[in-house]
Design a protein around this ligand. Structure first.
Ligand SMILES: *Cc1c(COP(=O)(O)O)cnc(C)c1O
Length: 467
């Protein structure tokens, strides 16, 4: 399978190159040259099969000749063996027509593990064959860094450096990252904010000499392989409930639009889906974009669902690319207008096109906490704030008859990852699963560094084995 850049000024590359590069050299995002098709009878066959088998079947379409199907299957089996539920991504029915898709049974208790665990294996196989090394850097406000470290720790050909703002992530989130003491893992606590961390990471990539010297790459959700891996659970969930003979809607708690785009991808590949409901917290840029047609980033508000506190949804570019009929010139015009004026207005035909598939709703902080409490009262179970944002959106969309028929809402994090919000809403403090019983006793490995690009650069040069 070949990959093209959404901005059209980068050469077409294969799966390996798209995987290793993350962002395309023209600043665009990679997209498959065409959407592979999964036939109805194959979707039917996904029902009842192990998650890893479906993952390998779907991923082999995207990997093409780069990784063999047998290799993908053993990789997927290994990736999902570490999940603490035999179904990997189980469904729980919560109403006549409503289900929760639990995506938090992986090693760091958030849905990002589903793709990241597979990415770790893919990096290893591809780098081994090419005889290359990679230095991964990323800034995290919590979940992504932990999932990336958990997937890459101890891997021979990758070093990973994760920057987090000192004192501004939860203790559970920090310990999940810093308890990885493998020699290829470097946690950097930056004396600054998340934006400072992100600015440093941007600065590292902008220094081309440095970036080439250490073979710099990233694992944020612009990486195509993550999106590809996330298309899998839309198929497994729908198939296990009777697709393709039944059609479902999906409710997706959204920040960077990666997960939501993966759902759109599943539709392009042949999964019958009614609506994709975009659920946002108070950082509602995507809800505004889809309802008013104006994409205008505002300041980030801190909420109890921090993994969705995002105002620039990088994967939205992939949807726009599809929306303009894959016309890279038209997409560049949109991006230029956004960069010049800080906003853009979607043309009417694009709005109409998107409204055929997407609906959206936003949850306030109050509504989110109320939903956690309501869910606990009616089902006895605790949900995390990101999941609650999804359920608020589902409730609103149903009340307005914009969402009808059976619907599956994604449950993206384990409640124990956000214990303060859950306790505030219900008075109950969710317990971490048994395997984390000693988390607070594990030794921590982290480096405290000044909020200074040169200092971080120096630290990476001194420690990256690829340098
Ligand atoms: C990252 C994350 C999200 C948002 O996913 P996107 O792909 O960025 O839209 C939602 N919930 C949790 C728990 C997350 O970690």
């Amino acid at each position: 399978m070949d990959y093209v850049s959404t901005r059209g000024h980068a050469s077409v590359v294969g799966f390996e190159a798209a995987l290793l590069a993350g962002l395309a050299p023209d600043g665009g995002l990679y997209a498959p040259r065409y959407w592979p098709q999964i036939a109805r009878n194959e979707i039917k066959d996904f029902a009842g099969r192990p998650f890893a088998e479906t993952a390998a079947a779907i991923l082999s379409r995207f990997a093409g000749d780069a990784v063999s199907k047998t290799r993908l299957l053993s990789m997927a089996r290994q990736a999902y063996a570490g999940f603490d539920h035999p179904a990997t991504a189980p469904l729980v029915q919560i109403g006549d027509n409503d289900w929760l898709l639990e995506l938090f049974h992986g090693p760091t208790l958030a849905f990002k593990d589903v793709a990241m665990q597979l990415l770790g294996g893919l990096f290893e196989v591809v780098l081994e064959r090419r005889g290359e090394r990679l230095t991964i850097v990323g800034a995290t406000s919590g979940d992504t860094g932990g999932a990336a470290i958990e997937a890459l720790k101890g891997r021979e050909r990758v070093d990973i450096f994760v920057l987090h703002p000192e004192g501004r992530i939860s203790e559970v989130q920090r310990r999940m990252m810093t308890s990885a003491t493998e020699p290829n893992v470097f946690n950097i606590a930056v004396q600054g904010s998340f934006d400072d961390c992100q600015a440093i990471v941007k600065g590292l990539f902008a220094d081309r000499d440095f970036a080439n010297r250490v073979r710099l790459s990233g694992v944020n959700s612009i990486n195509w392989a993550r999106i590809a891996a996330q298309t899998v659970y839309y198929f497994t969930a729908a198939a296990s409930l009777g697709s393709p003979d039944r059609t479902f809607s999906f409710v997706v708690p959204t920040g960077n639009f990666g997960d939501a785009f993966a759902c759109y991808g599943a539709v392009q590949m042949g999964l019958p889906v009614d609506r994709i409901c975009i659920a946002t917290n108070e950082n509602d840029i995507l809800h505004r974009a889809l309802s008013d047609g104006v994409y205008a980033p505002a300041d980030v508000t801190r909420t109890s669902s921090p993994s969705m506190d995002i105002q620039r949804a990088s994967n939205f570019e992939r949807l726009l690319f599809e929306g303009v009929g894959r016309d890279a010139g038209a997409l560049r015009t949109i991006i230029e207008s956004l960069e010049a004026t800080g906003r853009f207005e979607m043309p009417e035909d694009l709005r109409v096109e998107f409204s055929k598939r997407f609906i959206s709703a936003c949850a306030s902080e109050g509504e989110t906490l109320e939903e956690i409490a309501r869910h606990e009262k009616t089902t006895g179970a605790l949900i995390d704030p990101h999941t609650a944002v999804g359920l608020v959106a589902m409730r609103k969309a149903r009340a307005q008859n914009r969402l009808e028929g059976p619907a599956i809402a994604l449950s993206t994090a384990h409640p124990a990852k956000f214990p303060d919000a859950v306790e505030k809403a219900t008075g109950r403090r969710p317990a971490l699963p048994e395997r984390f019983a000693d988390l607070y006793d594990r030794p921590e490995k982290l480096e405290r560094l000044e909020n200074d690009l040169a200092v971080v650069k120096q630290f990476i040069l001194a420690n990256a084995r690829g340098a």
